[in-house]
Design a protein around this ligand. Sequence first.
Ligand code: 5GP
Length: 211
Amino acid sequence: MNTTGTLTVISGFAGSGKGTLMKALMSDYDGYALSISATTRDKRPGEEEGRDYFFVTKEEFESMIEKDELLEYASYVSNYYGTPKKYVFDKLKEGKNVILEIETQGALKVKEKYPDTLLMFVMPPSVDEIYNRLKKRGTESEEVIMKRMRRACEEAKVIDKYDYLVINDVVEDCVKRMHDTISSAKYLASRNADRIQTVKDQFKEFLKEEK
Ligand code: 5GP
């Protein structure tokens, strides 16, 4: 059976609650590795270098692009965000299920490069709820919140390109559904071409004497 981990991309509007879901998935289940992105945006209160993001300058980010160190990157609300490649591949090889929590442009780029990637989109209960959550977070100005709302509206246009929807109702139920889906992905026939070929070869060998 396929022994490498599953690469899963989780996207969702700012304020959809995907951060909470990710934390719960990591703490409730084993075998996951959460990729830490690099970003040029300012650190928010409570965020830590190397835990939430690698906070870098625009020049540092552009040098990572030049050295081909990023799996994907995108510009989001006037800042760069990108996924360092090495960590992702190392963890997949170890058999871990790697989660990228990234926005839609990056998600679609990853799927194009690596078609086995699972794309999951977290849906909030309502649009009003998104606005209220961003407001309650209290870390951004009204102008930035409205930029994020407009960006969310743009992101809604590509949800149908995702493989799965995660309706964020009850956190534990949601996380269990996500875990079940991710764990099943290694049994996809498309990821087990070697095993299928082995069975075909064994049949050929087994039935040889019949001729
Ligand atoms: P925030 O500034 O709220 O932390 O993140 C803004 C958006 O950037 C979120 O939708 C988040 O998922 C996305 N994001 C975070 N890291 C990456 C990354 O490495 N690549 C891409 N394409 N998007 C990212």
